[in-house]
Design a protein around this ligand. Sequence first.
Ligand SMILES: Cc1cc2nc3c(=O)[nH]c(=O)nc-3n(C[C@H](O)[C@H](O)[C@H](O)COP(=O)(O)OP(=O)(O)OC[C@H]3O[C@@H](n4cnc5c(N)ncnc54)[C@H](O)[C@@H]3O)c2cc1C
Length: 395
Amino acid sequence: MAQPPRKAIVIGGGIAGPVTAVLLKRAGLDVELFEAWPHATGIGGGLQIAPNGMHVLAELGIADELIRQGSIADAIDFYSQNGTMLGSINQDMQRRFGQPAVNMSRAMLNETIISLAWNENVALAFEKRLVRIEDRPDQPIVAHFADGTSAEGDFLIGADGVHSAVRNHVLRDGPTPFDTGLIGFGGFVPRAVVAAALNGHHMAMTFGRSGYFGYGFSGPDDAMWWSTQPMRGVDAAGFHAMDQDTLLSHLKDFHAGWHDPIPQILEAARYSIVTSTLDVATLPMWSRKRTVLIGDAAHACSPHAGQGASLALEDAMRLPRLLGRGTELSTAFADFENERRSRVEHIVAVARRNGNQKGEFGPAGAWLRDQMVRIMLPMTAHARNRMLRYDPRAA
Ligand SMILES: Cc1cc2nc3c(=O)[nH]c(=O)nc-3n(C[C@H](O)[C@H](O)[C@H](O)COP(=O)(O)OP(=O)(O)OC[C@H]3O[C@@H](n4cnc5c(N)ncnc54)[C@H](O)[C@@H]3O)c2cc1C
């Protein structure tokens, strides 16, 4: 009988990678994690981890710390551009689903997960960009890096995100990321800027005639905000190249006349990050021989369902659990894909549909869209609850 695998190579130090590395290490495996970029702090905007993702952070023992440093979102309220309330969803999640939704900075989440991995003796290597994988019978699997070095293991997990290099190994000529035509902007402002306008600890999201704006508390002193806009001539790279004054002045012009406190947020903003909104078509398979994909590498999820990071966390918990059953690697990988595929593909499709509501509308189209939002929010509550109720620890 084949020896059970003893050493995992994990590619990607974002969300799924370090979490799966910690859980594999706790299960008694040797793990080496490789991240392409130097170790950095303070990068990125805000994000929300939904109750389904918070269960994983609770299992890791870091949920309370993240709640302390972030901010619980009690509900999400939707508005039209002039400030008319269209509906409210996701109330009282801590009681209903066992964990709250928590807003936080991506940097803080990443730093907390990476520190945990250090503390649990996961071998972490930065500035190691995977370029090639060699998987020959009767030999260890080998990861080759851009700096000419390599690492060996018994199997390899690709947690290297939407631009995954591991995906190219699993699927030669497979789908590549495409731009959905929406550009994301975002950052943080002092909490006081939004405190009076927010309904308690609710988040607020506003559908405009063109684009979308959201904000909510993200920490004891901060609030996060983001703007989503359809591309009109200038693409994300073009905005990226602008200096911050020009960028912020574009944002103020774009959202001029939107309801309060949106103009005040943009007045208070000192910088904005810029992201393109990418999607990847469904992959026909998530693994090949001794390599498996998780998180965005397997099923990139556009940000419009607020679930990509939570799905990555779910994967990061389920894969080690299935590997722990002691079956052949190929069986564990197939079980992982069978278990996860329908859930994640449903949510990826929801995110795509939500993204379609953030494009360009004429006055009549925007009015009609707002009425649809008003009607659909309660009608889709059941499906949303199913998505949020999932507890990967109990699955
Ligand atoms: C603007 C925006 C807002 C979002 N908001 C939310 C939200 O509110 N809630 C939510 O749940 N999700 C949100 N998402 C989605 C979420 O960020 C992703 O789904 C999540 O980060 C996926 O985690 P991951 O670990 O799979 O990939 P990532 O977090 O992308 O991590 C991948 C890592 O792999 C590294 N890497 C890449 N290539 C290589 C290589 N060749 N070699 C070594 N390392 C490599 C990368 O540098 C990175 O560190 C948002 C996304 C965007 C763009």
